[in-house]
Design a protein around this ligand. Structure first.
Ligand code: FE2
Length: 423
């Protein structure tokens, strides 16, 4: 008797329905008309089964704080940083843990089973990293958390920046972060990239930097990040996050930059919800969108995934941690409405994210971890159009979340009909 049998699911890009058999946490078979005794059987009813959503870039330590002590009225990055500074003294381990636990229930219900969270290591107490390390262990049966040691105040601007980075990595955080555009000078920004990549190479870790998150078209630290990746032999382990300055860069320069990034095997993480909100705030009209050049990066063979970045915090007041909201915004803001492009953005919140995070055992093939989501949608385009109900979220062959399908009952002059928004 196997643990779970899923019948009649739709897999991305396939016409035929498929069944998936799961046992002992793994997918043991896929195909048509599998017939084996199972402790639980789910009829997917022709709905899309996808590997779990991956949020490649989130800040769990700041989530669900919007309005404390006040809302960000200007919507700017700088007012957000000021509000965060006002909030910091009131944080306690219990308060942080309570918020993050609540947020992770949303994440699970939305089918996000892999998150890479940046965690601020600027405070000498390293309180938030410690809380997040505990939560990572506590939640491991349900969700994979990767933690990035994120020096929000930089490693030069903050005199203890580098020391705190080393301490956070000693605590066991997974990934070396950075913020070169926030260092005091451009030269020190480049120096920070070199030092931090060196640290990652020494310790055998991955790198994920907030890089060029500004509207300054001359913010070009991603160039140094790409070069250092090659110099230090870190190919496939380094991510440039945000890269918003790329939107306003000189076009000729970009034709030189993108091949350099591709050669270095860099992944790029775009955060459409938050950067559509924060960027272009110093522009009059026209206002720049401030997103990296995703179609061009993808065309060059660079792995691009998407992140939610913030959920209800000083930088972004909205969100329910739905990665399909992120992809939906990306479709519009990146001008990616072609059918293949919409599918590519669905992949950017699933399989590309798995590549960014270097996740093993991800996918719906035999032998992969039995982690998946059944959506109330027939295919990837419908999933982004509707951002539908996650009917079942499955982790290691066990259903960890269920939602009823969304159906409206209409009363039209005595005639009752029901409708759902699927075609
Ligand atoms: Fe971020």
């Amino acid at each position: 008797m196997i643990d779970l049998l899923i019948k009649n699911g739709k897999l991305a890009g396939k016409k035929e329905l498929a069944d998936i058999a799961c046992d002992k946490g793994k997918i043991i078979d896929t195909g048509r008309c599998l017939d084996m005794p199972a402790r639980e059987t789910v009829d997917a009813g022709g709905n899309l089964i996808t590997p779990p959503f991956v949020d490649s870039h989130i800040h769990l330590d700041t989530c669900l704080t919007a309005g404390t002590p006040r809302m960000n009225q200007s919507g700017t990055l700088l007012e957000g940083i000021r509000i965060w500074g006002e909030l910091l003294p009131s944080l306690t381990p219990d308060e942080i843990a309570g918020r993050v636990r609540k947020m992770l229930t949303w994440s699970l219900a939305k089918g996000n089973l892999h998150l890479r969270s940046h965690v601020d290591i600027s405070g000498d107490s390293l309180m938030a990293p410690e809380v997040l390390m505990d939560l990572k262990k506590e939640m491991a049966p349900f969700i994979d958390l990767q933690l990035v040691a994120f020096p929000q105040q930089g490693i030069f601007r903050n005199p203890k920046g580098l020391e705190n980075m080393e301490r956070a990595l000693d605590m066991g955080l997974d990934v070396v972060g950075g913020i070169p555009h926030f260092e005091p000078t451009t030269a020190l920004g480049a120096e920070s990239v070199k030092i931090l990549c060196g640290l990652a190479a020494e310790r055998g870790l991955m790198v994920d930097m907030h890089c060029d998150e500004s509207d300054d078209p001359l913010s070009r630290h991603v160039e140094t990040l790409a070069w250092e990746t090659r110099e230090k032999g870190l190919q496939g382990r380094v991510v440039g996050s945000h890269l918003t300055s790329m939107h306003g860069m000189d076009n000729y320069y970009v034709t030189k930059l993108i091949p350099l990034m591709a050669d270095a095997g860099l992944s790029a993480v775009c955060n459409p919800l938050v950067n559509m909100n924060l960027q272009g705030r110093h522009d009059s009209y026209p206002k720049r969108r401030g997103l990296m050049r995703v179609p061009e990066l993808m065309d060059a063979g660079i792995n691009v995934s998407l992140g939610h970045d913030d959920v209800m915090d000083p930088w972004y007041p909205l969100g329910s941690h739905d990665m399909l909201d992120v992809a939906h915004m990306g479709v519009h803001a990146l001008h990616m409405t072609g059918s293949d492009q919409i599918r590519a953005l669905f992949d950017a919140v699933t399989i590309n994210g798995a590549k960014t995070l270097n996740i093993e055992g991800y996918g719906l093939e035999k032998g992969c971890n039995a982690d998946m989501v059944i959506l109330q949608a027939a295919n990837r385009i419908e999933a982004i159009r509707l951002r539908p109900v996650r009917l079942f979220v499955i982790r290691r062959g066990r259903i960890i979340s269920r939602m009823a399908p969304e159906t409206a009952a209409l009363d039209l002059d005595g005639e009752t009909i029901s409708t759902e928004f699927k075609l």
